[in-house]
Design a protein around this ligand. Structure first.
Ligand code: GUN
Length: 282
């Protein structure tokens, strides 16, 4: 039976470590400030943003949510971004994705000041990640690396397979795993014989967006399995991309949904915000 990786406990520990840095900042008169721009009515986005807001309230981080209507123009969103770029109380901010389809997401992202880009999605920060230089790292991939390390399994030299090639998770995670000296394979919708490729993995990450798609036939016995999916099944029950019951019988370590990657993602967002505020001291 797989050991369950407790993402909530790992996130609590990371947040406890951050509290010291936040009180150091307070002694310099700095309260870290985070803002989220939320455009439109995507129900999942509203839940994620609520969770981000709640996390800040428990941490002495100033937080603000700017809600904008679905029909907001790209220019209106860019104006908000530019206001936040100039706002000295806000050390970091993000634009919750997805944006409505009439908006060019990349154009909006490109407007964010890289020093305030706590998502790490700006091309300059993604470039730093590619080059192995310091800078904010996208929160979900950073949280996944942290969770893998909590198992005590060494990443260096291992076969890591990432299923999904999104700009938010799959691609930046592949770069981070490479930085940790794993041998990395990225799979996607055109990958042939996915189960056979996945079965090579000592570390398997599922970021697909399909409820319970990963069965035990995809998993090498003893592997570390990280489930990034947040889906609703046919009974409207929250579930991941991994069939938890089935895979838990062969995996060595497995993250649950909820209580796995999600809480760790938020902890990493808070960390990026505190680091952005600390940069003000340098
Ligand atoms: N939508 C889903 N995940 C994310 C994320 O990590 N950041 C942003 N901005 N939007 C998201």
């Amino acid at each position: 039976m797989a050991a369950i990786i407790d993402g909530s406990a790992a996130a609590t520990q990371t947040k406890d470590e951050l509290k010291q840095r936040i009180s150091d900042l307070a002694s310099h008169g700095i309260v870290p400030g985070l803002c989220v721009i939320l455009v439109g009515n995507n129900p999942a986005s509203h839940v994620y943003v609520k969770n981000k807001e709640k996390a800040c309230q428990n941490m002495n981080i100033y937080s603000q949510v700017l809600r904008m209507p679905e029909e907001s123009s790209e220019a209106e969103i860019v104006n908000k971004v530019e206001e936040l770029n100039r706002n000295p109380k806000i050390h970091g901010f993000l634009v919750q994705l997805p944006l409505p389809s009439h908006v060019n997401t990349q154009r909006v992202m490109n407007t964010i000041l890289p020093a305030k880009d706590v998502d790490g999605f700006h091309p300059i920060n993604l470039g730093h990640l590619l080059m192995g230089e310091a800078g904010p790292v996208p929160c979900t991939p950073a949280g996944i690396i942290h969770l893998i390390k909590t198992t005590g399994v060494t990443i260096a030299g291992k076969e890591a397979v990432v299923i999904g090639r999104s700009n938010i998770v799959g691609k930046p995670l592949a770069l981070l795993l490479l930085r940790e000296n794993a041998t990395v394979t990225v799979c996607h919708s055109h990958t042939q014989n996915l189960a056979a490729v996945a079965q090579r993995a000592d570390i398997l990450v599922a970021a697909i967006g399909k409820a319970r798609m990963i069965k035990r036939s995809f998993v090498k016995p003893g592997a570390v399995v990280i489930d990034v999916g947040i889906n609703k099944d046919e009974n409207n029950k929250l579930c991941g991309d991994v069939d938890f019951t089935d895979v838990s019988e062969v995996a060595g370590y497995l993250t649950p949904v909820p209580g796995g990657v999600g809480p760790m993602t938020i902890a990493m967002l808070l960390r990026n915000t505190v680091e952005a505020a600390r940069a003000q001291l340098l």
